[in-house]
Design a protein around this ligand. Structure first.
Ligand SMILES: [Zn+2]
Length: 96
């Protein structure tokens, strides 16, 4: 269903109509997708968080960003910290 989303939206920067593009997913964890979008008119970049709930249907929240697609992918595509990683950080900081 997410792939079939062809939503038109207006750019909050230049106010022109644009399509919400779904082909640059940078994260898809926890039932929410984060998709990178760029306005074709003013080139402003957005991270669209798309989630679905039974009560409210499809929810799209866009955030203006100055990240490139590659930077967003590098930052948001990382796995969350797990207990082993936290222990390793602790040991590095306090046992050296
Ligand atoms: Zn724009």
């Amino acid at each position: 269903m997410i792939n079939g989303l062809g939503t038109k939206t207006s750019c909050p920067v230049c106010k022109k109509q644009r399509n919400l593009q779904m082909d640059r997913v940078v994260s898809d964890r926890g039932g929410a997708f984060v998709v990178y979008n760029r306005c074709p008119h003013c080139q402003s970049a957005f991270l669209a968080t798309i989630s679905e709930s039974r009560e409210r249907g499809l929810l799209v929240v866009e955030t203006l960003t100055d990240l490139s697609y590659q930077e967003a992918l590098a930052v948001l595509g990382k796995r969350p910290l797990v207990a082993d990683a936290l222990l390793e950080i602790y040991e590095t900081l306090y046992k050296s």
